[in-house]
Design a protein around this ligand. Structure first.
Ligand code: PGA
Length: 248
């Protein structure tokens, strides 16, 4: 089954009102009629700006995180319902930077994915091994454990999630997984999804980790790579546009 690929930008903690507007206007001007679905995931304070600039157009938008709680006394947190108020279609959950720097466990990530789905937001669930884990041949075990927690929590909604395989050693390092390395893990994840839902083919499994204009086409040509989650290269309109153009 062929489905549209999904190219999502992860701006991380970058941007500002003026820079965001310049980037988005350049993307809108250069996009034409993309054959892929396109989205950008911005810091929460800018979601209103994204809604204002992108509503009704070809670029969707999302958040980079959300609270595992529904509402209440959780100072500093942003709920799924709040993201929905600002038109978010996606929310990244379990990015390795949150697992690493904010102590997010598999259980937290699973709860966040559930909150997103309950609010009508598609969680982009990130999984991926560290270099130490890869060298210890733990890659499969790690990504399967991370995805299993989410599948267990979202159960019959498994076909509604997006998965992003992001080897930690490839993020922001310029060291991309080879298309073969990535495909191998994507196939493992696809099989795991297939054991949980008969609609596993519907699920987008994105690759992330130093994807750029030069390597996107060969990664996106792999049978189980359904798009990309792009950090650094999503902050430069020409680079992001070239990645989008490589996705068909
Ligand atoms: P990168 O980041 O493209 O800058 O490696 C990807 C990500 O962390 O989502």
């Amino acid at each position: 089954m062929t489905k549209k690929k999904l190219i999502a930008g992860n701006w991380k903690m970058n941007g500002g009102l003026a820079a965001n507007e310049a980037l988005l206007r350049a993307l809108l001007a250069g996009l034409g009629q993309p054959s892929a679905d396109v989205a950008v995931c911005a810091p929460a304070p800018y979601l209103a700006q994204l809604q204002g600039l992108l509503a009704g157009g070809p670029i969707g938008w999302g958040a980079q995180d959300l609270s595992a709680h529904e509402q209440g006394a959780y100072t500093g947190e942003v709920s799924a319902a709040m993201l929905k108020d600002f038109g978010c279609r996606y929310a990244i959950v379990g990015h390795s930077e949150r697992r690493q720097y904010h102590g997010e466990t598999d259980a937290t990530v699973a709860a966040k994915a559930q909150r997103a789905l309950a609010a009508g937001i598609t969680p982009i669930v990130c999984v991926g091994e560290t270099l130490v884990e890869r060298e210890a041949e733990q890659t499969e075990a790690v990504v399967k454990r991370q995805l299993a927690a989410v599948i267990h929590a979202v159960a019959h909604c498994t076909s509604e999630i997006v998965v992003a395989y992001e080897p930690v050693w490839a993020i922001g390092t310029g060291q991309t997984a080879t298309p073969e390395q990535a495909q191998q893990v994507h196939a493992v994840l696809r099989a795991q999804l297939a054991a949980a839902t008969h609609q596993a083919e519907r699920v987008h499994i994105l690759y992330g980790g130093s994807m750029n204009a030069a390597n996107a086409a060969s990664l996106l040509a792999q049978p189980d790579i359904d798009g990309g989650l792009i950090g650094g290269a999503s902050l430069k309109a020409p680079d992001f546009l070239r990645i989008i153009a490589a996705a068909h």
